[in-house]
Ligand binder design. Structure first.
Ligand SMILES: Nc1nc2c(c(=O)[nH]1)N[C@H]1C(S)=C(S)[C@@H](COP(=O)(O)OP(=O)(O)OC[C@H]3O[C@@H](n4cnc5c(=O)[nH]c(N)nc54)[C@H](O)[C@@H]3O)O[C@H]1N2
Ligand SMILES: Nc1nc2c(c(=O)[nH]1)N[C@H]1C(S)=C(S)[C@@H](COP(=O)(O)OP(=O)(O)OC[C@H]3O[C@@H](n4cnc5c(=O)[nH]c(N)nc54)[C@H](O)[C@@H]3O)O[C@H]1N2
Ligand code: SF4
Ligand SMILES: [Mo]
Length: 723
């Protein structure tokens, strides 16, 4: 048990007639340690306690975490499969009837076989998510390729971590979201944090971040909004949305100009310095100020602080990644630590704030259109051969790479994809350009949705399958540090709900593919096959046994053998994962967002989160406390902008873009740029901001540009405001 300066370790006490089940939160990548309280007479979850002995979060939790347990026995849980016979009701909640698992499976098998018989194997698709354990994510990739034998699988991490992954792969040759453990963070001298609303989205990181300042270190924050973390920053770089590439290039330009480049490190351990210098040389503070709107003095001071800090960590999140140049932004900010050599040692490095609970593990093991377990590539014959050995199929049976998440909807719209198995994601809220996406879902011949509640996306399904919550199953998750941790089962599945891995095994058997799935009887069976499938890949989990995870408070990948304790710090030997062992400094010319403001749409719309809700909101909108704290979406507007439009606080306005419109209450707030408006995206149907967002994709990561498009506000006639 690690003692820490922040807290004396408090023993968790067990109450009479209760047991505590050690586990982690169901929501974000922080994966805070918690104990679920289980009543031993009813064997039901009745509450939660923080785990003070968990070294990353030391007993801290946020409003979502302390209420997460209320999901399990919630009245809205799906208890039995649902079938809807009348396809004309698609897109509504109407027409579902309860059915047995046998009937649901039989219908799925019949329709899937009909579609594949008529239109070929690739007429089916899988769309998945990473609120699931590694084992489930792994099996979902195998389910698509081996049970359904289709090329079309992708997942919600495409909307989340894909730009970070693409950027890190280019810079380092490997993508582990953080090069260092979180327990280092408070000991560094400077944190440079871009596009992360950390205090609301990874709240339990904050005690370490404040500690950097308490120790006399510095905090620099780049965000168009004055978020809670920006408010206390030493420097707030208040940039226009979509202009990070200019900002990052300017930082590197100034670091080189001021003699903060580590010439020896650059010469020995990197490639590409000259090409990069050629590009960044134009990004003087004055020129960068024109693009970003940040005052030149702030740029100069920020580069000076980062350059002088003995140790520093560059951190970022979706603010910089959900852009058409998200992958470039990641590599451009990563250039800062490579050029100064502030990487590959404790207390220095680079980290993205991984979003979903298993946003890291879920992107490594084959749910991505072109990926196989262990971060292998489906386009690499050697990788295919390695995985085929574990799966027991021939290499020629491995499907081709598919397409990215949003592009799957395009294929649904044009009827190349006819059937969908959707699990653990709610794209009818969370995908961009909703009017199109909802049409595409309606256009499917047959859709299955596995969820724990009837989501907005389930409204488009023909069959809905009841899955279990995280608390009713066990398995591993990889947190935002790259630490593999264990989720434990606190309660038996309620009703007839089943874990996703079991549903996939049973469906595979009914589809006649039992030979490849039938041996998987328990979550542990899946785990053992999964560890083997990852063996030898970049993300090697082979040595991360459940026993070792428990003993060590988690295991950092790569962990290659039983003896290997894992890898908390990456690149300590200054060996990067490119063939020559060097990291890549990237030359990245500036590009504007896909859609710039114009006369008709003069505002920049950006979107994101609030502390009380999680993603599409399908889980958190059902929790009374969270719903009370944030019952509806709103649009944040600067006071001067509000005056220009003659709109008042709480007035309902029409916000619209080239793609769609919605009505929102105005929240007048000084903490936003005058040219920018912000809407949280946790709400569905006509309240979804994704009716307005743009589906412009990053050419490298295929990430949609959720963070910048052009918008306009229209004041509504008086009667609209009567509520
Ligand atoms: N409360 C809560 N916490 C969550 C989640 C949640 O839904 N709710 N979701 C989890 C998941 S999956 C994710 S991905 C993470 C997301 O975590 P974050 O990325 O921190 O969250 P966002 O609100 O999407 O965006 C972060 C910030 O980017 C800023 N931003 C917008 N445009 C730009 C830009 O062009 N440049 C820069 N530099 N900044 C910009 C926004 O103003 C915002 O403050 O949070 C995780 N944690
Ligand atoms: N405008 C805008 N849009 C965005 C973003 C943004 O910043 N702005 N952010 C994007 C990001 S970063 C993300 S991560 C995506 C997330 O978007 P989604 O994938 O839609 O996110 P969730 O709401 O987590 O959806 C998960 C669904 O699965 C269910 N579920 C939970 N656990 C399980 C399980 O174990 N099994 C099964 N079968 N179901 C389960 C939940 O009830 C929920 O309906 O949204 C993206 N969309
Ligand atoms: S910070 Fe994330 S993991 Fe921790 S309690 Fe909140 S939602 Fe859960
Ligand atoms: Mo995310």
């Amino acid at each position: 048990m690690q003692k820490d300066k922040f807290f004396k370790v408090i023993e968790n006490k067990t109450h009479p007639n209760e047991k505590l089940v050690k586990t982690h939160c169901s929501y974000c990548g922080m994966q805070c340690g918690m104990n679920l309280r289980v009543d031993t007479s009813s064997n039901r979850i009745i509450g939660v306690e923080p785990r003070y002995d968990w070294p990353v979060t030391l007993g801290k939790m946020c409003p979502k975490g302390v209420t997460a347990y209320q999901q399990t026995n919630h009245n809205d849980r799906l208890l039995r499969p649902l079938i809807r016979d009348d396809a004309s009701l698609k897109g509504t909640k109407e027409g579902f009837r309860e059915a047995s698992w046998d009937e649901a499976y039989a219908l799925i098998v019949k329709r899937f076989k009909e579609l594949q018989g008529q239109y070929g194997k690739d007429s089916l698709s899988v769309f998945s998510g990473v609120s699931m354990t590694n084992e489930k994510c792994y099996l979902t990739g195998k389910f698509a390729r081996v049970a359904l034998q289709t090329r079309y699988i992708d997942y919600n991490g495409r909307f989340c971590m894909s730009s970070a992954a693409a950027g890190f792969l280019r810079s380092f040759g490997v993508d582990r979201g953080s090069t260092l453990p979180w327990t280092d963070l408070h000991e560094t001298d400077c944190l440079f944090i871009a596009g992360s609303n950390t205090a609301e989205c990874h709240p339990t990181s904050m005690f370490r971040i404040w500690e950097v300042q308490n120790r006399g270190g510095y905090l620099i924050v780049a965000d168009p909004r004055e978020t809670p973390i920006a408010r206390r920053a030493d420097i707030h770089l208040d940039l226009r949305p979509g202009t990070d590439l200019a900002l990052a290039n300017c930082m590197v330009h100034l670091l080189i100009q001021n003699g903060h480049a580590d010439v020896e490190f650059v010469a020995k351990h990197t490639n590409g310095f000259e090409e990069m210098r050629e590009v960044v040389k134009d990004f003087t503070p004055e020129y960068t100020s024109e693009i970003t709107g940040i005052a030149p003095e702030k740029l100069i001071r920020a580069a000076e602080i980062y350059g002088k800090a003995p140790n520093a960590v560059v951190m970022f999140a979706r603010g910089i990644e959900q852009q058409i140049k998200g992958a470039d932004n990641v590599s451009a900010y990563t250039n800062m630590c490579l050029v100064t050599g502030k990487i590959g040692r404790p207390k220095a490095g680079v980290a993205t704030f991984t979003g979903q609970g298993n946003g890291q593990g879920g992107r490594e093991h084959g749910q991505k259109a072109d990926a196989l377990p262990g971060y292998r590539k489906i386009t690499n014959p050697k990788h295919v051969e390695e995985v085929c050995k574990v799966w027991g199929i021939k290499p020629e049976e491995m499907p081709l790479p598919g397409v990215s998440a949003y592009e799957m909807f395009e294929l649904m719209q044009e009827k190349t994809i006819r059937g969908l198995y959707l699990l653990c994601s709610n794209p009818a809220v969370s995908a961009p350009n909703q009017n199109f996406v909802r049409e595409a879902l309606k256009n499917l011949d047959f859709m299955v949705c596995a969820d724990i509640y009837l989501s907005e996306s389930a409204e488009f399904a023909d069959v809905v399958l009841p899955s279990v919550t995280w608390s009713e199953d066990e398995g591993t998750v990889t947190n935002l540090e790259g630490r593999i941790i264990k989720i434990n089962k606190a309660q038996e599945p309620i009703g007839e709900s089943k874990p996703d891995w079991l549903i996939e095994v049973e469906l595979a058997e009914k589809l006649g593919r039992g030979a490849y799935f039938g041996h998987l009887k328990t979550a542990r069976d899946v785990a053992d096959e999964f560890r083997l499938a990852s063996k030898g890949g970049y993300a090697d989990y082979y040595g991360a046994t459940w026993e070792k995870i428990d003993k060590q408070d988690g295991v950092f990948w790569p962990c290659k053998s039983e003896e290997d304790p894992g890898t908390p710090h990456m690149f300590l030997d200054h060996q990067f994962y490119h063939a020559d062992g060097r990291a890549q400094l990237c030359a990245l010319p500036y590009r504007p967002p896909a859609e710039e403001p114009c006369e008709q749409y003069p505002l920049r719309l950006t979107t994101g989160r609030v502390v009380y809700h999680y993603l599409s909101g399908n889980q958190t909108r059902r929790i009374p406390f969270l719903r009370d704290m944030c019952p509806e979406p709103y649009v944040e507007v600067h006071p001067e902008t509000a005056e220009r439009y003659n709109i008042a606080h709480d007035e309902v306005v029409r916000l619209y873009t080239r793609r769609g419109e919605a009505l929102y209450k105005v929240k007048i707030i000084e903490a936003i740029r005058k040219d920018t408006v912000f809407v949280p995206y946790h709400f569905g149907h006509e309240q979804s901001i994704n009716l307005l967002t743009i589906a412009a994709l990053d050419p490298m990561s295929r990430m949609p540009e959720f963070k910048a498009c052009a918008a306009q506000i229209e004041k509504q006639p008086e009667r609209m405001n009567i509520r």
